[in-house]
Design a protein around this ligand. Structure first.
Ligand SMILES: Cc1cc2nc3c(=O)[nH]c(=O)nc-3n(C[C@H](O)[C@H](O)[C@H](O)COP(=O)(O)O)c2cc1C
Length: 216
């Protein structure tokens, strides 16, 4: 069992990490929707494949459907153990240096499955970069991303300005789950992933070298 930290006091420099500065960054691609018949794995697999081709990245797919994060959370005891599956999710996310969150838009925001997983954890997200891939109707899920930016601010995370949004996503991917515009989407991914690597390296180095200051 793993207890999750709930304050910035946990985010101190780890001198052992200094050696890792030039090693590949570890990116977790998170599938945010969990409903039956969901589309989420399609864009998630696509961006994970693009990332695997990208230099300097080790990629892991983390599907929230594989983790049962209870809708009812525990009490106020910060040392209380997390439910096993939440702890396992936390361990996988803690290993990541940065994230790609793949989200649909549900009623002008992001799905409850994503909020629930985010809320169960804390230090796992802290001071790490987060890039977004969204999909939806005419807005391409941009509303979900905007709402998520606000949430990740709580963790002193850095959300990438540039995003990948798939408007009318059913027109974007073919029946095999591949984008119809292979080259255009690959080019988009390339720039997005290059920025993600830049932020991931920068924040990993900063976390390992300098303790994060406490405000106030
Ligand atoms: C509860 C719910 C709310 C939705 N709200 C919106 C919305 O506000 N705007 C939109 O463009 N699409 C909306 N959709 C359509 C989703 O973008 C579409 O169903 C998509 O496939 C959902 O992602 P998923 O299949 O990975 O769950 C909604 C879908 C659901 C299930």
């Amino acid at each position: 069992m793993v207890a999750s930290a709930a304050s910035t006091e946990q985010s101190v420099a780890d001198p052992n990490d200094v050696e890792k500065i030039d090693t590949p960054v570890r990116i977790a691609v998170i599938v945010g929707s969990t409903r039956e018949d969901r589309f989420g794995p399609v864009p998630a697999n696509w961006i994970a494949d693009q990332a695997r081709k990208h230099e300097g990245m080790e990629v892991e797919s983390v599907d929230l459907a594989d983790y049962e994060c209870p809708a009812v959370m525990g009490g106020d005891d910060p040392d209380a153990p997390l439910p096993d599956r939440v702890a396992e999710l936390g361990e996988r996310l803690a290993r990541a240096d940065g994230f790609v969150v793949v989200t649909p838009v549900y009623n002008r925001s992001y799905p409850a499955s994503l909020k629930n997983a985010i809320d169960w954890l804390y230090s796992e997200w802290q001071l790490k970069p987060v890039g977004f891939v969204s999909y939806g109707g005419i807005t391409g899920g941009l509303q979900a991303i905007d709402a998520l930016r606000d949430v990740f601010t709580e963790f002193h995370a850095v959300t990438l300005r540039d995003t990948i949004t798939f408007a009318n996503f059913w027109e974007v991917f073919d029946h095999d789950g591949r984008p119809v515009d292979t080259e255009g989407t690959a080019e988009l991914a390339d720039g997005f992933l290059a920025q993600l690597v830049w932020w991931t390296r920068s924040l990993r180095e900063a976390r390992s070298k300098r303790p994060y200051p406490h405000a106030g």
